[in-house]
Each structure stands twice: as C-alpha cells, then as structure tokens.
Design a protein around this ligand. Structure first.
Ligand SMILES: [Zn+2]
Length: 275
C-alpha cells in the first residue's frame, strides 16, 4: 500500500514543500515536456512473473477491452503455458524481461538460495542476457524493457555492493521498480529506474484515485500486478481491472494508456529532442 511505513518520501516531500506544490519538478519540467495531443497523463498496466492466471484469466478480458499491457516474464514459467504466452504476444501485448531466475534478497525465505547478496555484476549480466535469449527463442520477441525482481537494484553485500542499474541502462529502454511511492515525472525521470506502483489488492476506487492524481500532475504511472482473479494477496481483482480499463479507455479522461515500451520510447524521444 502506498504511504504506509515509517518513512514516506511523498509525505515528506509535501511537508518540506509546505503543501504549496507537492512536486515542484513537474512544474519546472512541464515547460519542456508535452504528452501527445489530447492527452494529459500516461498509464501503463504491467504484470510480473508470468503467473498462469495472467494468460488463463487476463487475456480474454484484455482482448474484450482492447487494452494492451506489459508482461514482465521469466522464461521458466513461460514454458509452462507456452501456448498462452504465444497468444499474449500475438495479441500485441508487450513481453518484457524479468530476469532468468528472479534473484531477490535472501531475507525473503523463498529467495534464500538465490540471494542478490551472493551475486556479482557478471552473474547479473548473465541473468539479463540469458533471459532475453530464451524469451526470444520461446516467443519470437526480444524484450526492450525490464522489471527489477522485487524492485531491488543491487548485487553483493557491504563494501562490495554494486548497483546493477547501469547493466539495465545499457540493455533496455526502461527498467521498472516496484513498491515505489510516486509515479514518474516524464520531464526528469531516469527511465532505467522508472517507478512502479502496485495495484494488486486495490479496488477500483483506489485505482481511480491514483489515476486522478496522475492526471492532475501530468505524470506517468506504471501499475504492477501479479495474479489476475478474485481479490486475494498479490492478486489484481479481475472485476476492478475491468472497471479500470473502461475508465482508462474513456476518451473524456484524456489518458494515454500504452505499454511501458511505448510510453518510455516517447519520453526518451522528447528528452532527445530537448537536448
Ligand atoms: Zn517478480
């Protein structure tokens, strides 16, 4: 959930700005950045881990809504539902890279045997490149965007910790985080560390509130879900997702709903034009 925790960067920023302008960078940046004509903000829907419910339940709904999303996948679970994932690619959804084996901090018991604390940059480069090769062989598409497993961006421990953001930056258009407290300000964001906002466990009213704030600020939110189905832990509720798609599709709301690649590509182009 957003804003829950001992430290909240968004609340802190608002307090420091004296509520005058919760995000002064948007104001400063808005002079040089423009969304395409008729659009006030951007929204991407993304789903991680190649969970089977994404293709088993999600594809039919997304097709009915005419909505294309970004699936950040690992090769192994793709093999388990290969026909479904081929269908996802054929439907025009973006297939992004979520690493080969999903390394994460060993503090999560499930990742004790595959802990980032025991990785180095060479091992992480292999994770990225091998995943891209296998995804391309399985689905015939080469990912151009990446989602950091667990949103973590380091390898090693203590004095030997290194950021693997540069590895992502040299290989991908966008590297997306997780559990971040803010959407992306297109005028200043670093695409290799794009912020990601979970929408698992939220109802439509909560999702809509996030989108309304994004429209107010002219920013880009990348939503992140895991399972698609009935409301449950790490599950995006399929009925609330349908209502969100209807809302985002309504031209009156002037929202650009695009894949991470599409919107990231537009931001990079604007950035190049301005420099
Ligand atoms: Zn993941």
């Amino acid at each position: 959930m957003i804003g829950v925790g001992v430290y909240c960067a968004v609340c802190m920023g608002a307090a420091l700005a004296g509520q005058r302008n919760p995000n002064p960078l948007v104001e400063a940046g808005s002079k040089s950045f423009h969304w395409p004509k008729g659009k006030r903000a951007a929204v991407s829907l993304s789903f991680d881990d190649a969970r089977t419910s994404q293709v088993d339940r999600g594809l039919v709904l997304l097709k009915k809504e005419g909505v294309r999303v970004t699936f950040f996948v690992n090769p192994e679970p793709v093999r388990k539902r290969l026909a479904g994932w081929k269908q996802a690619a054929a439907d025009g959804h973006e297939i992004g890279n979520h690493s080969l084996t999903h390394p994460c901090t060993g503090n999560y018991p499930a990742f004790l045997q595959n802990a980032l604390e025991n990785y180095d940059l060479r091992m992480m480069a292999h994770e990225l490149d091998e995943a891209n090769d296998q995804i391309q062989k399985l689905l015939g598409v080469k990912p151009t965007t990446f989602a950091y497993p667990c949103g973590l961006k380091f390898v090693g421990r203590g004095l030997d910790v290194r950021s693997y953001v540069p590895l992502v930056a040299e290989r991908f258009l966008v590297g997306r985080g997780y559990l971040d407290e803010s959407p992306n300000n297109p005028a200043v964001c670093d695409l290799s560390q794009a912020m990601g906002t979970p929408f698992d466990d939220l109802d439509f009213t909560q999702m809509k509130k996030i989108v309304e704030d994004v429209v107010k600020e002219g920013t880009w939110v990348i939503f992140i879900g895991h399972e698609i189905g009935e409301r449950h832990y790490q599950t995006t509720d399929i009925n609330d997702l349908e209502r969100l798609c209807d809302y985002l599709n309504d031209p009156a709301n002037e929202i650009w709903l695009g894949t991470v690649q599409e919107i990231g590509g537009y931001i990079r182009k604007q950035d190049e034009t301005n420099n």
